[in-house]
Design a protein. Structure first.
Length: 116
C-alpha cells in the first residue's frame, strides 16, 4: 500500500477506492487464477464421480460470482455489503445438478459463471 500512498487507516474512507483499485484488482486477479486452477481440477475428475464434482463445483461457482460482485463494488464503503444472496446460491446449486447430467455441462457452467 506504500506504493500508492495509503495507510491501513485510509481504507476506512470510501473516497480512497481510486488509489486502492490497482492493489485490489491485483489481488482479485490472483484469487481468480486460483479459482481457474480449481476449475481445471474439476474438469480432470472422472464423470463417474458426480458427487465429488458437485461438491467441488459449488464453492468454485460461489467464489467466481463473489469475485464478479467484488469487481463491481466499492469495498471500502462499509454500508455496501458484498455477498451472493441465497436465491442465487439455490440457482447455482440447481444449475450444478443439471450440468452434471449433460456431457460437458460442468465445463460450460464454470466458464459461463466466470464471465458473468
Amino acid at each position: 500500500m506504500d506504493e500508492v500512498g495509503l495507510k491501513p487507516a485510509d481504507l476506512t474512507d470510501p473516497n480512497n477506492m481510486g488509489k486502492f483499485q490497482s492493489i485490489y484488482e491485483e489481488n482479485l486477479d490472483i484469487a481468480s487464477s486460483h479459482l481457474d486452477a480449481a476449475a481445471e481440477y474439476i474438469e480432470m475428475l472422472p464423470y463417474s464421480q458426480f458427487r465429488l464434482r458437485a461438491a467441488c463445483m459449488l464453492p468454485v461457482l460461489i467464489g467466481q460470482r463473489t469475485l464478479t460482485l467484488l469487481r463491481k463494488s466499492n469495498v471500502l464503503d462499509q454500508s455496501n455489503r458484498v455477498k451472493v444472496l441465497r436465491p442465487e446460491i439455490k440457482r447455482l446449486r440447481n444449475q450444478t445438478l443439471r450440468a452434471l447430467i449433460i456431457p460437458g455441462g460442468c465445463q460450460r457452467l464454470l466458464r459461463k459463471n466466470r464471465d458473468i
